[in-house]
Design a protein around this ligand. Sequence first.
Ligand SMILES: Nc1ncnc2c1ncn2[C@@H]1O[C@H](COP(=O)(O)OP(=O)(O)OP(=O)(O)O)[C@@H](O)[C@H]1O
Ligand SMILES: [Mg+2]
Length: 633
Amino acid sequence: MGDAELSLLAAVVNASDDAIFSVDRDLNITSWNGSAVRIYGYTPDEIKGQPISVLIPVGRGDETSAIGQKLFGGESLVHYEFEHLRKDGARLQVSLTLSPIKDAAGVIAGVSIISRDITERKRADEERGRLITAIEQSAEVVIITNTKGEIEYVNPSFTRITGHRREDVIGLNANVQGSGKQDQAYYQQMWATILRGDIWHGEIVNRRKDGTLYTEEMNIAPVRDAQGAITHFIANKRDVTERKRIEDQFRQAQKMEAVGRLAGGIAHDFNNLLTVINGYSEMGLERLTAEDPLRHTLEQIHKAGERAVSLTRQLLAFSRQQTLAPRVLDLNAVVAGVETMLRRLVGEDIELTTVRDGALGHVKADPGQIEQVLMNLSVNARDAMPGAGKLSIETANVDFDDTHAKRHVAITPGRYVMLAVSDTGIGMDAETQSHIFEPFFTTKAKDKGTGLGLAMVYGFVKQAGGHIWVYSEPGQGTTVKIYLPRVADAVEPLPSVRTPVRTAAGSETVLLVEDDEAVRALASGILQQCGYKVLESTSPEDALQICERHEETIHLLLTDVVMPRISGPKTAQRMGALRPGMKVLYISGYTDDSAVRAGVVEGDAAFLQKPFTGTSLARAVREVLDQGSEPNS
Ligand SMILES: Nc1ncnc2c1ncn2[C@@H]1O[C@H](COP(=O)(O)OP(=O)(O)OP(=O)(O)O)[C@@H](O)[C@H]1O
Ligand SMILES: [Mg+2]
């Protein structure tokens, strides 16, 4: 080799980006180029003469000697990736190329080593590997497309959620999943956003392989190359179908709550008005002779009033504010009790079957209300099956676990008794279903339905601490499932039949507390007509004073439950201390929480529901007065 060639080689070695050095037969370092200084941190003076082992991490010397043996044994070139140590102890990932150096006689005198620092590349590789694992493992769907929207990559979540296999969608346009639920303009706006280089965020309804629709929430971000040109789009999506369903349920529940409060408020005020309207028209009718020309007029008022009472009662039921008389009972017995009546109600063309679970648990509910529920549901079923069809009423024990509870906002896990009413009728679409519990929602002709049936059912179920679900498809019939909490108590026998009231009249003294002036005047009028002495008071405070001052016996306290400042039950309690023998009869069409908590509704307190009529008031007063004593004759 001439001098010129030697100096060329020296220049190449010195200019190389790789570390280039050599060892002799004893594996001591003999040369060391500039890049070796940069990469390893040793100057040539420091390293020359040192054994190569200074560069080798502890425990990896054997590998090095094995390679040395190969080279000295005649192998010409060895490539491998290894780990070296820098002077400061840091580890370097290196790619090594080793070849033997022969002297003039052709004897191997040493080994030349080219060492390329690949630490950074390795680190980047590992990082990429981790990122890929993250994307592959992610619960979110990741799709990468080219700028035309053709799919280049999907992660396993894509398959899990859409049902499409990866190999089937690569190369296809990302809109293969289109559901047609978004219009063209929606997609145009999306494309405009991402082509402009911005991130698009939105919700799209897509179609799974099996045809079902689902809603996904997604971000689509452009990916740019080094020059800033957009090369790909990455979409990140999550299936929010379930979340949206729960949100919908929640919104629905809130809506029902608000409508319920409104309806309850209206019904409460109407009750007072109706008590007066019906009471006076009744009193008026009693005084008119059969031929009186005014009789027809009053009868019409009375009839309309009665109809308004039944509407108001349903509204109260809907707003969960009606007075209930819950008892522990066997739903099967209630169903059996009304079966004949229901058969007549639905007519001969509809086949009614009942499937009763023999081991059915008990529930605590108002039996009259359950009968009402069965009637409303059966009438709805009948109306949905013009001509003919099948109506089935089923009872069963059902347990809800946490999974159920998670899927439904309203459900509390626990043991329930189910009452299901199914028909084979016309069914309902989703839009109709979302309104059925609203009071006055009806699809029926004006004289056919008021839209209060299901509102009543809903209110009853909620007030009883239960749940209601409706399953229906147009043309496929409808099933309404009601779940009432199961109780362990034994069935309560029906209260023994009370001694019939022979006459509703009497001469006792009644203390009447009612803040509504018209209602008070009416009640007082009715009672006086029946022969009672009536002490009227407008407020609990007023009544307490009368109670203290009145010198004779007061036989009965007749009080509204809900009054400003002091409730009826509180008033009764205070007076009970003054006059232990005094009986109490509550009037209200409205059981708000305070009344329930005070024990009025569920206790054995006597209760008269508003709006009352002359007869119902007179009867209730007589009954309470006669309780525990011989009926007056
Ligand atoms: N079994 C059913 N099949 C099909 N549609 C039903 C069924 N039950 C209820 N619906 C729909 O729900 C609406 C509301 O029912 P809901 O019982 O509250 O009122 P209604 O039957 O119209 O009137 P009302 O019960 O006050 O006489 C009905 O008008 C009907 O459109
Ligand atoms: Mg109905």
